[in-house]
Design a protein around this ligand. Structure first.
Ligand code: MG
Length: 303
């Protein structure tokens, strides 16, 4: 296969392990370990590290210490530490804790919204509208997550136009970046291409990110398709932290080390140091009491 398309020269990795990773892990991790972990990630060259969430501890007890984590980390110049907020209360708590960037979330799947976000899709859109209104007053950038864009554990296939219309809505509401999440990792390159073909009619590639899970081993080929379509922001989780809540024991978030190896091999610049990343991945995996869920990390180890 020849590299015939104009691939991006630079890509931005959005490290989601401290939030998306840890919220899906059952083993409790202390606040000081989380802070140590994020500080290690900050030294790898990553420019975006999603630090935590301000979702009610009733729903996500793993991240109940969001305020302490956000205030405890050493914020490195040039690195953004966004936090996830579900509603205005969460936004105000995040703001009080010093958040400088935020992320909001919704999904085209009504059933997924009810079961995982505890509200309807239209209620979640209203929360997002209210949050964006307040965030813009504070000049904070807002990232919007869309879950289940290539399929839902409850509703099955997601029609591309339904996903695209929601992405368009978030974009028009003022989301600076929209992250397309294949939450159950069932996407293939063809499904990814079909979805992007529709979404790119609404939202420019420069405002899109992709968030793939490696549950079926398709994440890197799907990322390749996204790059081929001009998308250069990629979400990933060091050591594959997070697992998959819909397939027990399966791989979840694509591992940052694996994505970086791909990008390095394609001469796409990220500014991230693979050895330091591997080291951070091994650190958190040791805390979890297991090997990193990254093929590259396991193959290379500590050099
Ligand atoms: Mg994820």
């Amino acid at each position: 296969m020849g590299l015939t398309m104009p691939f991006p020269k630079h890509a931005k990795l959005v490290e989601v392990s401290p939030r998306d990773g840890l919220q899906n892990e059952t083993k409790p991790i202390s606040t000081s370990i989380k802070i140590d972990f994020i500080n290690r990630l900050s030294e790898t060259g990553l420019s975006v590290i999603e630090a935590t969430s301000f979702v009610s501890p009733k729903w996500i007890p793993q991240l109940a210490d969001g305020c302490e984590v956000l205030q405890g980390i050493s914020k490195k110049a040039g690195v953004s530490y966004p936090v996830l907020v579900p509603n205005v209360q969460g936004f105000e708590n995040a703001l009080a804790a010093g958040a400088k960037a935020i992320a909001v979330f919704t999904t085209p799947s009504e059933q997924f919204s009810q079961k995982n976000m505890h509200c309807s899709v239209s209620e979640s859109i209203q929360h997002i509208r209210d949050i964006i209104h307040l965030a813009k007053q504070q000049h904070l950038p807002v990232r919007g997550y869309l879950s289940c864009v290539l399929g839902c554990p409850y509703e099955g296939d997601m029609p591309p136009h339904k996903v695209a219309e929601l992405a368009d809505q978030l974009y028009k509401m003022g989301c600076d970046e929209i992250s397309l999440g294949d939450t159950i990792g069932i996407g293939t390159p063809l499904k990814t291409k079909k979805l992007l073909d529709v979404i790119l009619q609404y939202v420019p590639a420069s405002q899109l990110a992709v968030h793939f899970h490696d549950t079926y081993g398709q994440a890197l080929v799907n990322i390749y398709v996204a790059l081929e379509n001009g998308i250069s922001v990629i979400d990933s989780s060091v050591a594959g932290l997070g697992g998959c809540p819909y397939a027990k024991g399966a791989t979840g978030n694509v591992a940052t080390e694996d994505v970086l190896y791909l990008l390095n091999g394609m001469d796409i610049e990220t500014g991230v140091d693979l050895k330091k990343l591997i080291s951070a991945g091994r650190f958190i995996s040791e805390q979890m009491g297991r090997e990193p869920r990254s093929k590259v990390n396991r193959a290379i180890g500590l050099l």
